[in-house]
Design a protein around this ligand. Structure first.
Ligand code: MG
Length: 344
């Protein structure tokens, strides 16, 4: 199998304001794995806070390409799992670069089988949860404009953890009454203040809280989870499957992202393992093209919540957008990821 890759700078439609600063771009590395006249597409989306970049991804993918040359037709789910375990051991970290290989392999496998991945895994597209749409904080006028872009989405995702979270929610409520997923991005410090705020947020039709406290402050998360009327979901505290034992009991659920957990192979196993521990599962994303979003969408029917808006937040998506109906991503019948390269 032949692995190729090219860097891509994803341009954000609106600069991303976070507690850690402002961002206008996300580094991505696009991959293709070819065999027998078919090509599978993959992607690494690399926001700066996870420490991967074009250079680190190129180094890792060069290593992976050499290993991949030893694998031959026919591709199977078992072979992909074995291969991913092999390249996982090549170097620590590099989770997004690993996901870029995993996603391309799965797309190629689906194309060889002539079936979409969701069908190969026996999943039901009608179980797809609605996807939330991230709304950056802005003036009410700008928010109205951004909401028009949010069009069909039925759930809003709002970043909290700033100085005045109630003011942010009040501003949103001036322009929309759609349900809200609130992401505190580790921004809260005081347990009781957090709990009081959550009761108020519940009255504002907020439906879940992501990552209230610092990722290592599991004690505070456990305290809050015991008392919160809304589900508390781990994001920064939870990277991949091996973290499940550590965080189970401290949260109601986990946010599984392909770029954190090295792709679909582990992502799928992580969802089942989380469920077995009684955890609820959100499937999330970075700013990504339709490639990684379509990959996550394949396993999203197994999840309670979906936050797969990444490709709606960028300007230069090289692929066609996924189809959306009433805020729900529609899985199609095209093989693999069901992805179409945009015609120029
Ligand atoms: Mg988050």
């Amino acid at each position: 199998m032949q692995l190729d890759f090219q860097p891509l700078l994803l341009e954000l439609k609106h600069p991303f304001r976070l507690a850690t600063g402002m961002r206008t771009h996300t580094n991505a590395m696009m991959t293709q794995i070819s065999m027998g006249g078919l090509t599978g597409y993959g992607e690494a989306a690399m926001p700066p806070y996870y420490g991967e970049n074009h250079q680190s991804a190129a180094v890792f993918l060069t290593l992976a390409a050499t290993t991949l040359q030893q694998y031959h037709y026919p591709l199977s789910a078992a072979m992909i799992t074995a291969f991913m375990q092999e390249i996982d051991a090549l170097a620590p970290g590099n989770h997004a670069a690993k996901a870029a290989v995993d996603i391309a392999l799965h797309d190629l496998w689906g194309k060889m089988e002539g079936k979409p991945l969701w069908a190969l895994w026996g999943l039901s597209p009608e179980k797809m949860p609605p996807t939330s749409f991230t709304l950056g904080i802005d003036s009410p006028d700008m928010l109205r404009k951004k909401l028009e872009e949010a069009g069909d989405f039925q759930i809003l995702k709002i970043k909290l953890g700033a100085d005045d979270d109630r003011a942010i929610i009040r501003t949103i409520r001036e322009v929309s009454d759609k349900p809200i997923y609130a992401d505190a991005n580790q921004g809260w410090q005081d347990r009781q203040a957090a709990l009081d705020l959550i009761y108020w947020l519940q009255e504002q039709q907020v439906q879940l809280i992501e990552q209230p406290f610092h990722k290592n402050d599991l004690e505070s998360s456990a305290w809050l989870t015991e008392r919160s009327p809304l589900p508390i979901i781990a994001d920064e505290s939870f990277q991949r499957m091996t973290d499940l034992n550590r965080i189970a009991g401290c949260f109601h659920g986990v946010n599984v992202k392909l770029m954190k957990c090295t792709g679909l192979s582990e992502g799928l196993r992580t969802i089942y393992a989380a469920r077995a521990k009684g955890l609820r599962v959100m499937i999330g994303c970075m700013t990504e093209t339709s490639c990684a979003i379509s990959a996550a969408a394949q396993i999203a029917p197994l999840c309670d919540f979906a936050d797969l808006d990444g490709c709606w937040l960028i300007r230069n998506n090289p692929f066609e957008m996924p189809e959306l109906a009433q805020g729900i991503i529609q899985l199609n019948n095209a093989p693999g990821l069901g992805l179409y390269v945009k015609k120029t």
